[in-house]
Design a protein around this ligand. Structure first.
Ligand SMILES: [Cu+2]
Length: 284
């Protein structure tokens, strides 16, 4: 498959150029992205284009605004599902599912949130190849009105071909009361003043929701094949951002050093995960 000439440029970034460095990291970490690229991204990654077009702000996508799934319009939902099925067809989703099935210590209390922040970011970037306006939605199961499986996803049961397997998504959601009782632990997590304690409780809620959804979601070797995986992790990522910026969180970072701070198999590190704006998104 023809690769774009931009590939060569971004492998040798000028270190004074944050946008190019970010683009190089992205290129190295999700090679499938070089298969297609939006015009806006091409311009962003090319210093000469950027300089020439600096007054054309509309060409540069603003921060991705990640929304509550319950607040999405029908159009936004169908564009998310369209982009999801496109990255399923092009093989990117399958690669992400296989990466999640590997052992990267991504479910320990300290690594759960930063590792999955990068995972969601790479997924969102892949969606942008098809719909630059689509962002990862979040499923806010802390709200009583969202304590059931999202209706618009009930009949979305894709078949995902990974490089090694074929996964047919299935589910068996538990009773609404079960989800409410899992979610009732959230205020306790948010009240913690220590990252490890916060993340430990969040990790428990995380796993319980996976099991509540059941089927594909209850098995970490296949769970990202279910489109709701990304909405569930979107909510965890959002809660982390809220806690981090709260008085209790007080901008504490996960206690990770050395190899533990490398978000393998990618080249991102824990400090790369600290600011969601520098990863190009925000929560609304
Ligand atoms: Cu996971």
């Amino acid at each position: 498959m023809a690769r774009r000439t931009i590939k060569r440029r971004v492998q040798h970034p000028r270190h004074d150029d944050k946008v190019t460095v970010a683009a190089a990291l992205l290129e190295r970490n999700l090679p499938a992205l070089s298969r297609s690229m939006t015009f806006g991204k091409m311009v962003q990654q090319n210093a000469a284009f950027r300089a020439a077009l600096k007054d054309l702000r509309w060409l540069f996508p603003p921060l991705c605004q990640r929304k509550d799934q319950a607040a999405m319009s029908d159009t936004e939902r169908s564009r998310y599902l369209c982009a999801f099925s496109m990255i399923n067809s092009d093989g990117t989703l399958g690669q992400l599912v296989d990466t999640h099935a590997e052992m990267h210590m991504q479910h320990t209390n300290a690594r759960l949130l930063p590792w999955h922040r990068i995972f969601l970011y790479l997924f969102e970037e892949a969606l942008h190849n098809y719909h630059p306006d689509v962002c990862v939605p979040y499923w806010d199961w802390t709200k009583p009105e969202e304590q059931h499986f999202p209706d618009w996803l009930v009949n979305v049961l894709p078949t995902v071909h990974t490089p090694t397997r074929t996964i047919n998504v299935v589910r068996a959601p538990g009773p609404a009361g079960g989800l409410a009782s899992i979610a009732s632990q959230t205020p306790n997590a948010m009240a913690q003043t220590n990252y490890g304690q916060f993340s430990g409780i969040i990790n428990g809620i995380h796993g319980s929701v996976h099991i509540w959804v059941g089927g594909t979601m209850s098995d970490a070797s296949v769970s990202p094949a279910d489109p709701v995986f990304w909405l569930h992790h979107g909510n965890l990522d959002r809660l982390w951002w809220v806690w981090y910026n709260s008085a209790q969180g007080n901008h504490q970072n996960p206690p990770l050093t050395g190899a533990d701070a490398l978000m393998d198999p990618w080249t991102y590190t824990e400090p790369d995960t600290r600011n969601i704006a520098s990863l190009g998104y925000t929560y609304i």
